[in-house]
Design a protein around this ligand. Structure first.
Ligand code: MLC
Ligand code: AMP
Length: 505
């Protein structure tokens, strides 16, 4: 079984059902709709064209593409052929894109006209093994009218995706996700959250991440339900769609809930969310106050769940049962979790430790990086292999629910995007006059956390020049929001920087 099988079931049952609707608030009146039958026909056509261009099983195809129907069609076509999609965060710049193209040795890059200015910055050396750049806005040169792909045997163990995730070493690493991994998350969520064919999801989350792609899009396709895809999150439009009763599901990151709560608080006449079946939050911690205030404003309780690029979804509050603010619930169907001490021994409820998981949802390893893969797993006394999430957690002795307490590594999560300080520190140190740099996360009311930098410099620094340099090298969400100048960084006896001793702010 592979991912195309899930889609085929929905198609068989209701070819005329609306599968996908795409609308852009910036282009009022332009709405694209695909029934399951129409989506299938488009996928076959694209798969035929990609196969004719030479895309073979196992080939990587990078997507530098916004949310739009062509993303969905091309992705389904790629996995139908056993190809491996490598999505790239649209906010990435030259250096970050070049690394992904090189590391994944993608043969093809699928993009759109609006991203061309960023791609134009890439030099021949950045393009690595790339044989062809295909634009979804110029399909006449490569997409013919009716090509049908020859069958390809795609199995559960085959790779479907390489998802790049920020690396502790400053370079992002590719998590290898198989068809079976995605199937495990999708089937687990379909039962845990009681999906129905009548469900309609409003989906403004980026399709280049697990949350939008697997939890949002894949589950909806597998349920035979309807996706209302949007290019990005738009507060006014979200309130309008959810309040008009034309959606039943909404999944978001905490930053989006902060903005919804803030808007609802200020609205005299609150929208009617009575048709909404489920509001979910994940990808970053949802503060208990936001959870409570959302319920006071809407009468609905957010369901918080916990996942990772490497694992898909791991734990969730229950669909039917108490959703406890500040917790991520219990393991999803098919997922085993344990909390361990520094020697990897399970700790009793109530005691903090690192959260380990295993199950078919857990990825195969990092692309061409056996050392990082080995460092991320451990084997217990019974020979069972566990993935180290790096998240610190505690299980409640009464409810059994898990609360996440922080992270073992220095990951900063800003609006649901991950930032590893090391990558920014390396960039700052490359700028003339900076001797040392330490980057830490600081709380922020909208983004949850933002990076701030502590710098040791040779003398007065050209801060505007430094900001411009960072902007040219890093996605803008990674830019330090403040620079602090210090004489030296606090270090322990081993010389390691003690970030917790840096002045707060
Ligand atoms: C955008 N900006 C951000 C940002 N997003 N800054 C910090 N953190 C973020 N997350 C910056 C842009 O770079 C830009 O800066 C400015 O804000 C305006 O950009 P925008 O596109 O207009 O922003 P906005 O629409 O407000 O985006 C906010 C958002 C978006 C919350 C809707 O960030 C988003 O879609 N986040 C979801 C991420 C996600 O899906 N994560 C899931 C990962 S999977 P400038 O300087 O250029 O103007 C995962 C596993 C799991 O974690 O468990 O799900
Ligand atoms: P990513 O690598 O982008 O997939 O991010 C995964 C990380 O997001 C996890 O390791 C957690 O640290 C964090 N995360 C996901 N969901 C939650 C949640 N509900 N609460 C707190 N942190 C979360």
């Amino acid at each position: 079984m592979n991912l195309s099988t899930l889609f085929a079931i929905a198609l068989e049952r209701s070819p005329d059902k609306l599968a996908l609707e795409f609308a852009d608030a910036e282009q009022p009146g332009r709405v694209e709709r695909y029934t399951y039958g129409e989506l299938y026909a488009a996928v076959e056509r694209w798969a035929g064209a990609l196969q004719r261009l030479g895309l073979q099983k196992g080939d990587r195809i990078a997507f530098f593409l916004g949310n739009r129907p062509e993303f969905v069609i091309a992705y389904l076509a790629v996995i139908r052929l056993g190809g491996v999609m490598v999505p790239i965060n649209l906010r990435y710049r030259k250096r970050e894109i070049s690394h992904i193209l090189h590391d994944s040795t993608a043969r093809f890059l699928l993009t759109e006209a609006s991203q061309q200015p960023v791609l134009d910055e890439l030099e021949a050396g950045d393009l690595a093994a790339l044989e062809r750049v295909l634009s979804v806005d110029a399909t006449e040169s490569w997409l013919d009218d009716a090509s049908t792909p020859a069958p390809v045997l795609v199995q559960g163990e085959d790779l479907a995706l390489i998802l790049y995730t920020s690396g502790t070493t400053g370079r992002s690493k590719g998590a290898m996700i198989t068809h079976n991994n995605v199937l495990a998350t999708v089937t687990g969520l379909l039962s845990a959250w009681a999906w129905e064919r009548e469900d309609v999801i409003l989906l403004p989350l980026p399709l280049f991440h697990t949350h939008g792609l697997i939890v949002g899009l894949h589950c909806t396709l597998a349920a035979g339900a309807t996706t209302r895809l949007r290019p990005h999150f738009d507060l006014a439009e979200t309130l309008e769609v959810l309040g008009s009763g034309s959606a039943t599901l909404f999944f978001a990151v905490p930053t989006i809930y902060f903005r919804l709560v803030d808007a609802l608080r200020r609205m005299e006449k609150k929208p009617d969310f009575s048709r909404m079946r489920l509001f979910c939050s994940g990808s970053a911690p949802l503060p208990a106050e936001t959870h409570t205030e959302f319920e006071q404003l809407t009468g609905l309780r957010i369901l918080e769940r916990y996942g990772m690029t490497e694992t898909g979804m791991n734990l969730s509050n229950p669909y039917a049962g108490p959703r406890i603010a500040g917790t991520v619930g219990t393991p999803l169907p098919g997922v085993c979790a344990r909390i361990v001490d520094g020697q990897n021994n399970p700790v009793p409820p109530g005691v903090e430790g690192e959260l380990l998981v295993r199950g078919s949802n857990v990825f195969d390893g990092y692309w061409q990086d056996p050392a990082k893969t080995a460092a991320s797993f451990s084997t217990d006394g019974e020979g069972i292999r566990w993935f180290h999430t790096g998240d610190l957690a505690r299980q409640d002795a009464q409810t059994g629910y898990v609360t996440l307490l922080g992270r073992r590594h220095e990951l900063i999560i800003s609006g649901g995007f991950n930032i590893y300080p090391r990558e920014i520190e390396e960039m700052l140190c490359a700028f003339a006059g900076v001797i040392e740099a330490a980057v830490v996360g600081t709380p922020h009311p909208d983004w949850g956390e933002v990076p701030v930098a502590y710098l040791v410099c040779t003398g007065a620094l050209d801060e505007a020049g430094l900001v411009a340099f960072c902007r040219s090298q890093l996605a803008s969400f990674k830019l330090p929001r403040r620079f602090h100048y210090v004489e030296q960084l606090p270090r322990n006896a081993m010389g390691k920087v003690q970030k917790h001793l840096l002045p707060k702010g």
